[in-house]
Design a protein around this ligand. Structure first.
Ligand SMILES: CCCCCCCC/C=C\CCCCCCCC(=O)SCCNC(=O)CCNC(=O)[C@H](O)C(C)(C)COP(=O)(O)OP(=O)(O)OC[C@H]1O[C@@H](n2cnc3c(N)ncnc32)[C@H](O)[C@@H]1OP(=O)(O)O
Ligand SMILES: Cc1cc2nc3c(=O)[nH]c(=O)nc-3n(C[C@H](O)[C@H](O)[C@H](O)COP(=O)(O)OP(=O)(O)OC[C@H]3O[C@@H](n4cnc5c(N)ncnc54)[C@H](O)[C@@H]3O)c2cc1C
Length: 670
């Protein structure tokens, strides 16, 4: 073995200690052995040409160079996908999580094509008629046209109904006239829009026959396909440097009475006929928000995957890193041996599992609701909206906090961009805001919860994810504390029910004392966000536990044990985090809390020998991790030094600025 492929001795030892079958866990996380094998096959095809094709790491490049380099790599990757990968997966899997995952080997930041695949293509699939799809989809999938999703404006992101861009139908020419009437109506933020896209989905207020019918979606060509020049009537550009997303050319866009054919309105859910007659969405008023629901659902998996990357880096690094001494003269321990370090990291492993299993479950719920909607039944849509909203909010917010925790767990080296942790953080922190801000989405869930509470109060049986509300009305007093997994979950559901109940009481009291409903709701929103968070926690705890029980039925004993330890760690961790709530809504005692604390600390000890095995089970290839601290071989210090060689600042022994500025300064007299 050369020193280049030698595995760090401490990491090798950790792998010898691991007592469970790593592949078995990988299969569970991937959703079955076949899926793992398929993923590995795709990764082999896509990455074996050497994915990270940067001579100079992208962080050293100027904004221009960085963008050009991102486009170059996007094209390399797209060609690999088009020519080789789609043969394995089938065209319908374009944009699948596996391709998204493999793409990370090419970009530390983001591909300018991400929004094309992540939102432009899904909006064609979800919002266009079959005829329109036949026109647009093959061209989009083949990258003959490249799109963005331009919804947010300078003045409005959250409040979609407040968007100002107008699309006015002209029956004379059978065209829509797109217009940006104010500065605040300029589209702002859309990824890929600034420099890359030649088309985009535009969300605009639809006017026909003198009446406004609210926001609708349109496919709009913005650049010439030969010259890439913006078309007359279109003003488009890049919005400027931002925290993360710096290779995504987020853009602005304005229209000056810009005309598009009638058939460029996405007409699956509502239509404008040739004569200008508006035909309303037959099924549900919010179906035009469908692309957002789809992306929120996928973001739960994104949160899991990115957290898995961060904790893989931090756990491997913590096995390699040695620091301090426990007793005078003793050998310095691996930092992974500190319980405080385990406390920081093991919850991240458990959370990545919890989110991955919840993401798969949510995806199944999403496809079931889609199937129902195809049959014309929209009854399950409100629950899906409530679920996808709160799960998107919590998973992105927790992942953000834990990725930062992983970075702190790596000390000074965690600040190096070459660790990849700062990139991961900047990417994930934005997921908390985009596709619906954290608070705003929890308030959407709260609306659903208050309604469900009222239904349960009137004796109606409510849908499964809030079934605990029916129980709330049949039991008296506080929930009896019980330290079993099912017991902890029940208590968390009682906490949620209790909080929702307090919200309803507050709203009613405020109305009784003279407020109108809107003000009473507004004054209660701090509590409502809190109640929606509690509800979502209970959903995650419940789903994680249920899925582990179901998925480990036929697992080997050691896999069962270690996955159970993790889910118990998760339940115990959250019980300890929420002792205030548990004291308020259950019969938990001081003594029970002491026991929980001890149980938690014992779980850290039990999980410790398997920690490296557990992160290996995420099976994230080095090319995808792109981290000096987290590679499989643990050559941390060597990689940090190798990276230094790529630093353009080190090219010459003396920097030209010395002669230009420093020396004159040193020579000058006071
Ligand atoms: C290289 C390979 C790449 C591969 C790629 C693979 C995938 C990668 C993964 C991911 C990449 C993606 C990267 C994305 C980047 C970012 C993109 C963006 O950010 S795009 C902009 C998003 N913008 C928002 O999300 C605005 C948030 N605001 C809203 O959604 C709404 O305005 C909202 C919900 C806050 C309020 O909407 P109201 O004002 O129209 O509605 P109200 O009056 O509050 O509610 C009326 C009723 O409608 C229901 N409702 C609202 N939204 C609904 C919905 N979506 N579905 C069903 N019902 C809904 C409500 O529950 C309510 O129901 P009741 O009256 O209580 O029964
Ligand atoms: C990296 C990145 C990429 C993006 N990509 C795209 C894209 O491709 N396409 C696109 O269309 N958009 C995109 N966006 C825009 C994004 O979707 C919006 O920024 C997001 O939806 C938040 O809306 P906002 O900016 O209007 O925030 P605001 O709504 O102005 O939020 C500001 C504050 O006000 C609070 N607030 C707002 N309304 C309420 C309320 N009703 N109740 C209580 N509190 C409230 C929020 O909680 C927040 O604290 C992107 C954004 C980012 C950061």
């Amino acid at each position: 073995m050369t020193s280049k492929n030698k595995i760090n001795e401490d990491l090798a030892n950790e792998r010898r200690k691991c007592n469970f079958n790593i592949e078995e866990v990988t299969y569970i996380l991937d959703g079955g052995k076949e899926k793992t094998l398929q993923r590995k096959k795709i990764e082999d095809v896509a990455l074996n040409g050497g994915a990270s094709v940067d001579d100079i790491p992208e962080e050293y490049l100027s904004a221009r160079e960085r963008y050009e380099n991102a486009i170059r790599k996007s094209c390399i990757y797209t060609n690999i996908v088009k020519n080789e990968v789609l043969e394995i997966t089938g065209i319908e899997n374009y944009g699948s999580p596996v391709l998204r995952r493999t793409g990370d080997a090419f970009f530390k930041d983001i591909s300018p094509f991400m929004l094309h695949l992540g939102m432009f293509v899904p909006s064609i699939i979800g919002q266009c008629t079959a005829e329109q799809q036949a026109t647009w989809l093959p061209r989009a999938l083949d990258m003959k046209i490249i799109g963005a999703y331009a919804q947010t404006e300078l003045g409005h992101g959250t409040f979609i109904r407040g968007l100002e861009t107008t699309a006015t139908y002209d029956p004379e020419t059978e065209e829509f006239v797109l217009h940006s009437p104010t500065i605040t109506s300029y589209k702002w933020w859309a990824g890929g829009l600034g420099r890359t896209a030649n088309h985009c989905t535009v969300v605009a207020q639809l006017y026909t026959q003198g009446k406004c019918h609210g926001t609708h979606l349109f496919i709009v060509q913005i650049r010439d396909l030969e010259t890439h020049m913006p078309l007359p009537g279109v003003k488009v550009g890049e919005i400027g440097p931002r925290m993360g997303f710096n290779t995504a050319d987020n853009g602005f866009l304005g229209f000056n009475n810009y005309r598009i054919p009638r058939m460029n309105m996405m007409m699956k859910n509502a239509q404008v006929l040739k004569d200008g007659t508006y035909v309303k969405a037959a099924r549900h008023g919010k179906l035009t928000y469908g692309t957002m629901v789809f992306v929120r659902v996928t973001l739960v998996g994104e949160a899991s995957f990115n957290l898995a990357k961060a904790v893989t880096i931090a756990v491997r690094y913590s096995a390699v890193r040695r620091q301090s001494e426990l007793r005078p003269g003793s050998i310095e321990p691996q930092i992974l041996d500190y319980p405080t370090q385990q406390h920081k990291l093991f919850i991240c492993i458990a959370t990545a599992h919890a989110f991955q299993l919840t993401a798969s479950w949510l995806w199944n719920t999403f496809t079931a609701v889609q199937a129902e909607m195809k049959k014309g039944n929209v009854d399950t849509l409100p629950e899906l909206h409530a679920l996808s909203s709160c799960l998107k909010a919590l998973s992105t917010s927790d992942a953000t906090a834990y990725i930062e925790q992983c970075r702190f767990a790596c000390g000074g080296h965690g600040y190096m961009l070459s660790s990849n942790l700062p990139f991961l953080y900047a990417f994930v922190v934005a997921t908390r805001t985009y596709e619906g801000d954290y608070t705003v989405l929890l308030l959407q869930t709260a609306r659903f919860l208050v309604k469900a509470w009222e239904q349960a109060e009137s004796g109606k049986v409510v849908t499964p994810t809030v079934a605990y509300l029916n129980r709330h009305f049949t039991t008296n007093g506080k929930m009896i504390w019980d330290n079993s997994p099912e017991g902890i979950i029940r208590v968390f559901q009682s906490v949620a029910a209790g909080k929702i109940s307090l919200c309803v009481r507050s709203i009613r009291n405020r109305i009784t004392s003279g407020m109108d409903h809107e003000d009473a709701w507004l004054m209660t929103t701090v509590q409502l966000v809190n109640a929606a968070e509690a509800h979502c926690r209970s959903v995650i705890l419940h789903t994680y536990w249920n899925e582990i029980v179901r998925l480990t039925k036929h697992s080997s004993d050691n896999v069962k044990t270690v996955l159970n330890q993790l889910v118990m760690l998760y339940l115990t961790y959250w019980a300890l985090e929420r002792t205030g709530d548990l004291l308020r809504y259950s019969t938990i005692s001081e003594n029970d809390i002491d026991l929980l604390q001890r149980q938690y600390e014992e779980l850290l000890v039990k999980i410790r020998p398997n920690a490296v095995g557990l992160v290996d089970a995420f099976d994230i290839r080095d090319e995808i991790l792109q981290s000096t601290l987290g590679s499989y071989d643990g050559r941390v210090y060597e990689r940090l030094m190798e990276e230094v060689q790529k630093n353009p600042l080190n090219k010459e022994p003396v920097d030209p600025s010395f002669h230009k500025y420093l020396k004159p300064l040193m020579k000058s007299k006071i």
